[in-house]
Ligand binder design. Structure first.
Ligand SMILES: *[C@@H]1O[C@H](CO)[C@@H](O)[C@H](O)[C@H]1NC(C)=O
Ligand SMILES: *[C@@H]1O[C@H](CO)[C@@H](O)[C@H](O)[C@H]1NC(C)=O
Length: 259
């Protein structure tokens, strides 16, 4: 082979190597990603009720208090409610399984992707002694991957935010969203004449509208798609009653399957 052929051959090998690498990277959605995690500084075991997702008390206590603030994974609020398996990598202290946490807040600390509740942080340890050692480290190396959220015996539930004021202003968050998809859009529909309008995400997981229509309402949710499926509108079977109240919760009567 002359020098020209040699070069082409090398070029081909590099190309195939790169394609192979890219293809693996693109299909590896269950792979763990390396990062760092810290924990909330306060003495509270669970998360915070004032998390930037706007979930309120749900954001502190959901999933047994195994919750987290996310940095980039917060994704301007789209990441609120997403579940991640997080495990620390120190084989002396950390369990293989780690913990499953729900994103309920936004924040970062010294190159971390997660700030876990203390309960979740300790949950990554093999033993209670190891949990104390882990906690005193403050920041640890971790691996994480997105997993399905699971809320047995719960339907997707609409929580009307306390800032709401019927009939002038409606703000709400969506609780107990199972699975591993994002809610990327929400429509507010009048059930009597099926007129719908897209709502704005005001911050975190909070959707709002001024002058909501009168009459019973339905809140339709657009779930993101993936390689295997298209985006999908989930339509509740239960209406929000006309006399909805700030602070109240309404069972949608629907749930998405855990995959
Ligand atoms: C739909 O019905 C609601 C409640 O009855 C009413 O307020 C609204 O004006 C109606 N919208 C349209 C577009 O007809
Ligand atoms: C969920 O909604 C269904 C109706 O669609 C209802 O039969 C069921 O009782 C609800 N589950 C809970 C836990 O509220």
């Amino acid at each position: 082979m002359g020098p020209f052929l040699n070069k082409s051959w090398l070029f081909l090998v590099v190309c195939f190597g790169l394609m192979h690498y890219l293809a693996n990277g693109a299909t590896c959605k269950d792979c763990f990603v390396h990062s760092m995690a810290a924990h909330y500084p306060d003495s509270d075991e669970k998360g915070t009720e004032t998390g930037e997702c706007g979930f309120g008390s749900f954001g502190a206590t959901i999933n047994g208090g195994h919750v987290s603030a996310a940095s980039d994974l917060f994704r301007n609020g789209v990441g609120c409610g997403a579940c991640y398996q997080v495990r620390c990598t120190n084989s002396n202290l950390c369990s293989e399984k780690g913990v499953s946490v729900v994103v309920t807040d936004h924040g970062s600390s010294d190159r971390t992707d997660f700030i876990l509740s203390r309960r979740a942080f300790k949950g990554m340890a093999q033993t209670t002694d190891a949990a104390d050692s882990l906690l005193s480290l403050g920041i640890v190396d971790i691996e994480y991957r997105r997993v399905s959220c699971s809320y047995p015996n719960k339907n997707i539930t609409i929580k009307i935010d306390e800032s709401s004021n019927n009939p002038h202003y409606l703000a709400f968050v969506i609780w107990y969203q199972q699975g591993n998809k994002d809610i990327t859009a929400v429509q507010l529909c009048e059930t009597k004449n099926f007129t719908c309008k897209l709502l704005d995400r005001s911050h975190g997981a909070v959707w709002t509208t001024t002058s909501p229509p009168s009459g019973p309402l339905t809140i339709r949710m657009l779930f993101s798609g993936d390689d295997d499926g298209d985006e999908e509108w989930i339509v509740p079977v239960n209406d929000i009653p006309e006399n909805w109240k700030a602070g109240a919760t309404y069972d949608s009567g629907v749930q998405v399957n855990v995959v």
